[in-house]
Design a protein around this ligand. Structure first.
Ligand code: NAP
Ligand code: G4F
Length: 339
């Protein structure tokens, strides 16, 4: 019998790659989708709508903050695995919306665990919690590993710390197979356009095509351990295939500044970023996480997982993709003005 999974946050960057991976593995995939006034399924339309593909994918309306509906859905579809990827995932935004962020990230995770606890009485279920390197915050040691204490620096990170501990609490209190993946930043051509890497590759493509003149950014000195989202969803799956439930750091083991990423991207397009980038204090945060660098040795040893894509390659993939997007935008604009 093939396995089934429930993914919250299936319309997001990671949710879309994970859905692809699980479908390839023969899973039946159920996804939780928020109702909005416009469609939010752009990242998964290619796997959901293609009538020639025999995909076993089902979407259900719901919201992480609606625990009752989430429990009903979980008991109804009886997934073997639940991946809780849904979140208000933007750190800067969490300073503007701290309560909402706690509700989706913190209470949302608790709602998932409660639903899983009830299902677990009927049949075994495994839960993956999308924990974050942001929890290390104002880092106490470098590189950061599974045992590094947390010093969260944002409402988002505080909410993730809460969810992290509840995941362990449910594992220890109810014998639930629940695991945290502590993932360092991971990006892709599907990354939301307000996260810094995608903001940069989108702007660089548009600047190259003459569609944009300036790029406004915040702190260029922050350092991040950036990997490729496609590689990272493989780790999520591996974490739930272990014999014992455990928590894992998932990272590349390399760190670079935002400025270095800028340089990589603009150089690829034969541009000098200094001609286009201006600093806008609006993008500074009340508290900044200056340095993140993960130690992925446990994942390598126990999961056999390592990051396959380095930063240069990641920048190339994203830059090429976004240059093509800008080309299409430019052609559409020319078409309209020539009509
Ligand atoms: P993302 O692209 O922002 O996707 C977030 C997903 O959560 C979207 O599908 C969104 O739905 C959904 N969502 C938001 N609020 C919700 C709610 N109240 N109820 C149900 N669904 C809701 O995030 P991502 O980059 O894929 O990250 C996936 C998870 O990993 C998140 O929990 C994030 O915090 C965590 N994480 C990410 C990284 C990273 O570098 N990407 C690193 C560590 C941890 P809509 O499409 O309707 O907005
Ligand atoms: O791309 P960012 O917004 O990602 P951040 O804050 O590291 O959070 C991401 O990674 C976390 C894992 O560590 C996830 F948990 C979280 O959900 C999210 O996916 O910002 C990266 C760095 C920051 O230091 C920020 O201050 O880039 C700096 N930055 C500089 N200018 C900017 C900008 N960030 C954004 N978003 N926009 C700017 O204009």
């Amino acid at each position: 019998m093939s396995k089934s999974a429930l993914i919250t946050g299936i319309t997001g960057q990671d949710g879309s790659y994970l859905a692809e991976l699980l479908l390839e593995k023969g899973y039946t995939v159920h996804g939780l989708v928020r109702r909005s006034s416009t469609f939010s399924t752009e990242r998964i339309d290619h796997i959901y709508r293609d009538p020639h593909e025999k995909t076993q994918m089902y979407l259900h309306y719901g919201d992480l903050t609606d625990g009752q509906a989430l429990t009903n859905l979980t008991l109804d579809v009886e997934p073997d695995e639940i991946y809780n990827l849904g979140a208000q995932s933007h750190v800067r935004v969490s300073f503007d919306q701290p309560v909402y962020t706690l509700q989706t990230v913190g209470v949302g995770a608790l709602n998932v665990l409660e639903a899983a606890r009830l299902l677990n009485k009927r049949k075994p279920v495994r839960v993956y919690q999308a924990s974050s390197s942001e929890m290390f915050g104002d880092v106490i040691e470098t590189p950061q590993k599974e045992t590094t204490p947390f010093r969260p620096q944002s409402p988002y990170a505080c909410a993730k710390v809460y969810a992290f501990h509840q995941t362990i609490n449910y594992r220890e209190s109810y014998d639930l197979f629940a695991c945290n993946g502590i993932l360092f930043n991971h990006e892709s051509e599907r990354r939301g356009e307000t996260f810094v890497t995608r903001k940069i590759t989108r702007a660089a493509g548009r600047i190259k095509m003459g569609l944009q003149k300036k790029l406004y950014l915040g702190n260029l000195d922050a350092k991040r351990d950036w990997g490729y989202a496609k590689d990272y969803v493989k780790a999520m799956w591996l974490i739930l295939q272990q014999e014992q439930p455990e928590d894992f750091v998932i990272a590349t083991g390399e760190t670079q500044t935002v400025r270095s990423f800028l340089e990589l991207v603009f150089q690829q397009l034969d541009l000098d970023y200094r001609d286009y980038v201006e600093i806008d204090p609006r993008y500074f945060r009340p508290a900044e996480v200056e340095l993140l660098l993960g130690d992925p040795s446990k994942a390598k040893e126990k999961l056999g997982w390592t990051a396959e894509t380095d930063l240069r390659e990641l920048a190339r993939i994203m830059t090429e993709h976004d240059l093509e997007l800008a080309r299409r935008e430019a052609h559409a604009e020319n078409y309209v003005t020539s009509k």
